[in-house]
Design a protein around this ligand. Structure first.
Ligand code: FAD
Length: 462
């Protein structure tokens, strides 16, 4: 038995960041993780492997489309799936090993095994019970099941199985037009699969700006993805060589069946608290199965905190990381804080989609007077040379004060461009502040400046 200041349960981006920050702040810290590797969903079966697959498939797609146009001619590549998966895995391994190194460097003990809270201040791992003044629950999430669809992770897969397919399917059905479904659907469409996305709602990526949703869906269609909107998938039947997917159209109320080789169920994720022993310490759950926390991420039970996907809020790695740092600082007696109004979200397709702050729909609902500054990437020299002139930057600013309220970007490197806006919003910037900042030429970032200029006297290149 060992005694710690802090035991963090779960070593995903929430948990490992929290543990490292606790140690840096002088707290004796351990992190419990049941996987064989650190990094949680994000590093092992989420953000990192999916981005490696997106990168590889983007290169492949470019080689088959734009290379000729740039005068890069010659034999076109084909897909060697085992090699592609090995590249993906090596990317994962180097990152998970990196966290192991950081744990050693910062003297965080990794308690390998399943952690159960036995009581306030006591965590059992294997046969040993460890003591801690503070426990941080960072146990993350798992894929949500869909009624009528039995996942086998080979032919009917969640994102985890989709990152391990042994070959590119001829026909893939994706259930759910959210971020994960569209990213992984894009991967296989680029690699040659015929991908059909079924979505219950009438639009893709719920919660995003409406104009971005429409443009994004149009672009994906141009790339070959097919969409069946307003469709509720009823069942997936496994025949010997094919899968039969039956769905009901919400409008026509008709039932239709289509064939597929692989079905990806991407209908969301749910908090993971199995075998955690929350009841032993009196920690409560919300009716959605999330660990209940207050605005400071305290569970209300003294010395027990919770962060990341297992609590309310967007299921994003960087949100989990920020919460991890904030809780570490609070435990150390500092004033840790997360600004939930400035959490960017990114979809890593090509082009990328990125957003921060409020959407036009939200501002309209609030009845807030706002102005829109919009700039198309077609007016950006760098984007055109990248065959990425589609898409735009849209900045929303308060009509009277010019303060930036949100930004929505669909275009090349949107996921990086958005951070200029995030920093601006953290500092309470006006659109004019961004517009008056010199931006290097020729960069994609100039499109952000032009959109800011469009909030005032007008963009130059539009
Ligand atoms: P997790 O990363 O889920 O980690 C929790 C860890 O706790 C797990 O390793 C689990 O094994 C461990 N654990 C659970 N219970 C116990 C226990 N009792 N004892 C010991 N260990 C336990 N987010 C982004 O921001 N950007 C992206 O690009 C992105 N891409 C994604 C792509 C996919 C395919 C998926 C599935 C997710 C993606 N996400 C992305 C979401 C991101 O992965 C999660 O938001 C993030 O991992 C949440 O971090 P966490 O620390 O809360 O939990």
């Amino acid at each position: 038995m060992a005694s710690y200041d802090v035991i963090v349960i779960g070593a995903g981006p929430g948990g490992y960041v929290c543990a490292i920050r606790c140690a840096q702040l002088g707290l004796k810290t351990a992190c419990v993780e049941s996987r064989d590797t650190l990094g949680g969903t994000c590093l092992n079966v989420g953000c990192i492997p999916s981005k490696a697959m997106l990168h590889a498939s983007h290169q492949y797609h470019d080689a088959h489309t734009h290379f000729d146009e740039m005068g890069l001619v010659g034999a076109k590549p084909s897909v060697d799936m085992p090699k592609l998966l090995a590249y993906k895995q090596s990317t994962v391994d180097s990152n998970t090993k990196g966290i192991e190194f950081l744990f050693k460097k910062n003297k965080v003990d990794w308690l390998q095994g399943h952690g159960t809270i036995e009581a306030r201040g006591k965590v059992k791992v294997g046969d040993e019970v460890h003591e801690a003044k503070h426990i941080v629950i960072a146990t993350g999430s798992e894929p949500a099941a869909l009624q009528g669809v039995e996942v086998d992770e080979e032919r009917v897969v969640t994102s985890t199985g989709a990152l391990e397919l042994k070959s590119v399917p001829d026909k893939m059905v994706v259930i759910g037009a959210g971020v994960i479904g569209l990213e992984l659907g894009s991967v296989y469409a680029r690699l040659g699969a015929q991908v059909t996305v079924f979505e219950f709602l009438d639009h893709v990526t719920p919660g995003m700006d409406g104009e971005v949703q429409k443009t994004f869906q149009r672009m994906l269609k141009k790339q070959g993805l097919e969409f069946v909107m307003g469709a509720a998938v009823q069942s997936v039947e496994k025949l010997k060589s094919k899968l039969k997917v039956t769905y009901q159209s919400r409008k026509a109320e008709t039932e239709t069946t289509v064939d597929a080789d692989v079905v990806l169920v991407a209908t969301g994720r749910k908090p993971y608290t199995e075998g955690l022993g929350l009841e032993n310490a009196g920690v409560s759950l919300t009716d959605r199965g999330q660990v209940k926390v207050d605005a400071h991420l305290s569970t209300g039970v003294e010395g027990i905190w919770a962060i990341g996907d297992v609590v309310t809020g967007p299921m994003l790695a960087h949100k989990a990381e920020d919460e991890g740092m904030a809780v570490a600082e609070r435990i150390a007696g500092q004033a840790g804080h997360v600004n939930y109004g400035v959490i960017p979200s990114v979809i890593y397709t090509f082009p990328e989609v990125a957003a921060v702050g409020q959407t036009e729909e939200q501002l309209k609902d609030e009845g807030r007077a706002y102005k829109v500054g919009k700039f198309p990437f077609m007016g950006n020299a760098r984007a055109k040379s990248f065959f990425a002139g589609d898409g735009f930057v849209k900045i929303l600013a308060d009509k009277q004060t010019d303060r930036v309220l949100g930004a929505h970007i669909i275009g090349p490197y949107a996921g990086d461009l958005i951070h200029e806006i995030c920093v601006g919003m953290e500092f309470g910037a006006a659109a004019e502040d961004i517009a008056r900042t010199c931006h290097a030429h020729p960069t994609f970032s100039e499109a952000v400046r032009e959109a800011a200029l469009a909030c005032g006297d007008g963009a130059i290149h539009a």
